[in-house]
Design a binder for this molecule. Structure first.
Ligand SMILES: *Cc1c(COP(=O)(O)O)cnc(C)c1O
Length: 438
């Protein structure tokens, strides 16, 4: 926000909001705490049968009634809602420019939660052909049992998307950047295609655009501002940041909150208050600070990798060499509108054949696992520690090398999640590891 600029509704920047949440919340009386308390109660005392009954009437029943909104909510049972996750949800909605948010135990519970709310037997999901492994497994191993169809399409082509949509389509689902290739999908482009299709449809048969924004974080990209209906996160990753707690969240339009709460109540993936608390108190308040620092390191690391003789290609949205650099500059922006290409890098090592590239990639990884101080071999991402993994032999090992190449995964590819260490220390470790290929 520019200094002295007139503020709408006296509002403060999102970054500051991530530290404070709402200055005064009806969720909890903690006016005299600097840090909100961790609530640790599975059930809640009800003063009377009437209060209990009223609580059940009000649960998942958003109302405009001024008297209800003015007083503290009636809490009943932790699975339905509690003050800590309510506060977290409010701040997450603000972070993503959404109207409402509901949290879940894990990112996968958020994925299955939103898809469960939007689809029924006979419906179809159009998904990008590359997805987070467990999301792919959910769609291919479980959804056929419920007769929910899945069509995989190359969503980097809007024509391909147009041809993939059928009368049964209810959801268009993707990640951008795509894991692990760091390809981008034009979010506004996809939303525009779906909007044109929706004009021909009734409200019941409309298509929703759902984006997994875990890689980019709301600091770097806010899909709802670009036309998406829903955003979801694995809070376990960048938003948690410190790698101590699992969590997931869906952010979407106001009407969706009640439905998501009902789904969570019955399917049971409610985030524990003890896990919501570190996300609220440590994760969100430091998200901007961490991401800005990690991004500054990521661009330096990406440029260093490009200059290394044994590195074949580096895919990072902040590099002008990224094939979709223009898309990156359009849609990956921080809260001030500055280019924010994120903290994830994918690179490949040289080798004549896919097999050789795979073996050489593994050599780099193994060297890092044994010898590096600042680069840890581990899945997950968005941690304060730099993490590295080898999709070819780990997260995507089930796919044969030839198939991996067809899907755009190079067998020698290495995925890097940049942490908070001094960048020259990270580069030192990477340089030594790549030196092994000589
Ligand atoms: C990790 C991850 C998930 C799943 O989140 P969990 O918290 O592990 O359940 C979903 N999508 C992406 C892109 C992820 O990286």
């Amino acid at each position: 926000m520019k200094r002295g600029k007139k503020r709408r509704n006296n509002s403060y920047s999102v970054e500051t909001t991530l530290i404070y949440g709402r200055a005064k919340t009806p969720h909890w009386d903690y006016s005299h705490h600097l840090v909100p308390p961790i609530t640790s109660s599975c059930t809640y005392r009800l003063d009377s049968a009437q209060r209990g009954a009223q609580g059940f009437v009000e649960f998942a029943h958003t109302t405009d009634e001024v008297a209800v909104k003015a007083r503290a909510p009636i809490y009943i049972y932790d699975r339905l809602g509690d003050p800590t996750k309510d506060m977290l949800e409010e701040t997450l909605a603000r972070a993503e420019s959404g109207a409402a948010s509901v949290t879940f135990t894990t990112g996968m519970a958020a994925v299955s939660g939103i898809l469960g709310c939007l689809t029924a037997t006979g419906d179809e999901i159009v998904a990008h052909r590359m997805l987070y492994g467990c999301t792919y497994s959910l769609l291919t191993n479980w959804y056929p049992r419920y007769r929910i169809g899945v069509k995989f399409a190359n969503l980097t082509s809007l024509d391909h998307l147009r041809h993939s949509i059928s009368r049964r389509t209810r959801v268009v689902y993707f990640e951008s950047p795509v894991n692990p290739t760091m390809q981008l999908i034009d979010i506004r482009g996809v939303c525009d295609v779906v909007a044109v299709e929706n004009r021909k449809r009734s409200a019941e048969s409309r298509i929703y655009v759902v984006i997994d924004n875990t890689f980019a974080t709301p600091f770097c990209q806010r899909p709802i501002e670009l036309g998406a209906d829903f955003v979801l996160h694995s809070l376990t990753k960048n938003i948690g940041g410190f790698g101590t707690d699992m969590g997931g969240a869906v952010i979407g339009p106001a009407w969706s909150r009640d439905r998501l709460l009902l789904y969570r109540k019955d399917f049971g993936g409610a985030l524990a208050a003890k896990s919501a608390w570190p996300l609220l108190v440590y994760g969100l308040p430091t998200l901007s600070l961490r991401t800005r620092h990690q991004e500054r390191s990521a661009i330096e690391i990406a440029r260093f990798l490009e200059s290394e003789e044994h590195v074949d290609s580096v895919t990072y949205p902040g590099l002008t060499s990224h094939p979709q650099y223009e898309v990156a500059k359009r849609q990956m922006l921080d809260y001030d509108g500055n280019f924010a290409p994120g903290i994830m890098i994918h690179f490949t090592v040289k080798g004549r054949t896919p097999k050789e590239r795979r073996a050489r990639g593994e050599r780099v990884i193994n060297y890092l696992a044994k010898n590096a101080y600042t680069v840890t071999l581990a899945v997950s991402l968005g941690n304060i520690r730099t993490l590295v993994e080898h999709p070819g032999s780990m997260t995507h090992a089930a796919i044969p090398p030839e198939e991996q190449v067809k899907k755009g995964i190079d067998p020698g590819g290495i995925r890097l999640s940049v942490g908070l260490e001094r960048v020259d220390d990270i580069i030192h470790d990477l340089h030594r590891a790549l030196g092994q290929l000589r």
